[in-house]
Design a protein around this ligand. Structure first.
Ligand code: AMP
Ligand code: ZN
Length: 436
């Protein structure tokens, strides 16, 4: 292995060879996708009955888009393209209403994902000498396991601590001399505030780099975190539908995230007209798997907004670079890294008989972390002065919400008519978090 690249040949591949490879892999992927009832039906309508019907990369345009709703409708096995016996792992996404979306992986799929994560880590200059602390949660969420296997394959010393318990995180950082940390930007800021609270001087830590992602953050926040900790921060982008982290990652030059184009076909489209946009124009990211066999997705609309940087990167990697994610085309909220749709909250509170018709979702900062307050109006007859009854109701709402959205909100009960009623389209979400 060459220190600066994990896979020099593929990372620095020239444009013509990349396109040849992409065409071959796209054909194979279409062929694999045709094994699923969903794509058989969808692609047939577009006149595509075999991988060979894709004659050039231009033919990508003939393939219809895939959306999150398609994944939900196909739940649980409508998009499974291999025998279940070949599946070695399942991941589901957070933040879906009712039915989750599921992604199946074969052993080869996981191997390919791990390979991409290795490339990402090496691109930041990290090596097997580094100690890697993973503060992302392990489980169905892809942030934990995704980076984990890449770091291990590279030979780093991995501390698979998972999320939470900041005091312990800091202790581990000190005791095992952690040099690279993987976190959400808001959690990284939280660690900083805890260092101050516990009066732990920075020189007791050995940190050099942080891989931050799973939620949007600004260039200013990157700078702030770099200054606070005296480290380099690298932006990391991914989504469970496309495996998870490892789709796009910054190299040492920190000028946009290289997107591994031998594994993902990258398009930016105008979300309204679906027209393809050229470099430097902001639009919706659309991704096609090129190497996944268990759940190949074609032209998946991510709903994330970004643009592609122009020009070549100094690192000589030829894979194009994505800008920071600037927003979403839908109303998905990201709360401490967890995806939440307002409709999920509505669904839960509206099935509780004591709840009236009006509610509000407020997002605020609690130190550096996010806090969600769900205010609901309840019927006035419940305000009898029996506090216990109200506390029980509050606990019930909290519990049901937590089961649906994974995070625990603060629930406030209000009298009917006390929450603001907006004219026209209701404004249910008040997001007063200062943009990181
Ligand atoms: P999940 O499928 O739960 O991993 O969530 C994926 C979503 O998290 C993406 O579609 C983005 O909206 C968001 N996300 C992931 N990484 C980043 C990042 N570096 N910057 C901004 N948003 C991100
Ligand atoms: Zn680069």
């Amino acid at each position: 292995m060459e220190a600066y690249y994990w896979n020099k040949e593929l990372e620095t591949i020239d444009q013509a060879s990349l396109e040849d490879l992409q065409l071959k892999l796209l054909r194979d992927t279409v062929q694999a996708a045709l094994k699923t009832p969903f794509y058989r039906n969808r692609l047939k309508k577009a006149g595509i009955n075999s991988g060979d019907d894709i004659r050039s990369l231009q033919d990508l345009q003939r393939i219809p888009f895939t959306t999150k709703d398609d994944l939900r409708e196909g739940y649980p096995t409508g998009l499974l393209a291999v025998d279940l016996a070949e599946v070695v792992r399942i991941h589901t996404s957070s933040g879906t209403t009712g039915t989750p979306t599921v992604i199946y992986h074969t052993k080869e799929d996981l191997d390919n994902w791990t390979e991409l994560v290795c490339r990402c880590i090496v691109a930041t200059g990290a090596t097997r000498e580094d100690v890697f602390q993973n503060t992302m949660s392990y489980g169905l969420f892809t942030g934990g396991l995704g980076l984990h296997y890449g770091a291990e394959r590279l030979g780093m010393t991995v501390i698979p601590v998972g999320s939470g318990n900041t005091r312990r995180q800091i202790q581990l950082m000190k005791d095992f001399k952690t040099t690279v940390i993987h976190a959400t930007p808001s959690y990284m800021l939280h660690i900083y505030s805890k260092l101050n609270e516990f009066k732990i001087p920075l020189n007791e830590l050995f940190l050099k780099k942080a891989y931050l992602g799973a939620e949007p953050y600004s260039e200013n926040t990157r700078r702030k975190i770099e200054e606070f900790f005296h480290i380099d921060v690298y932006n990391s982008y991914g989504l469970s539908e496309m495996n998870g982290p490892g789709v796009s990652f910054e190299c040492i030059h920190k000028c946009g995230m290289h997107t591994w184009e031998d594994s993902y076909l990258l398009e930016i489209i105008d979300p309204k007209t679906t027209r393809t946009l050229s470099e430097e124009h902001e639009g919706e990211i659309v991704l096609t798997n090129l190497r996944r066999r268990a759940t190949p997705l074609l032209r998946y609309r991510t709903r994330d907004l970004a643009f592609i940087h122009k020009g070549k990167c100094k690192c000589k990697r030829t894979h194009r670079r994505l800008s920071r994610i600037t927003g979403r085309t839908d109303d998905m909220l990201i709360i401490n890294g967890v995806n939440v749709y307002p409709s999920q909250i509505e669904e839960v509170i509206m099935r509780i008989p004591q709840v009236g018709t009006n509610y509000q979702i407020c997002l605020e900062k609690d130190g550096t972390l996010d806090k969600i307050i769900v205010k609901v109006e309840i019927y006035s007859k419940l305000f009898t002065g029996d506090i216990r009854q109200l506390d029980t109701l509050k606990a019930k709402i909290n519990e049901e919400l937590r089961a649906a959205i994974i995070i625990s909100p603060i629930v406030e009960l209000h009298e009917p008519g006390s929450l603001p009623v907006s004219e026209g389209k209701a404004k249910r979400v008040v997001d007063s978090r200062t943009k990181l």
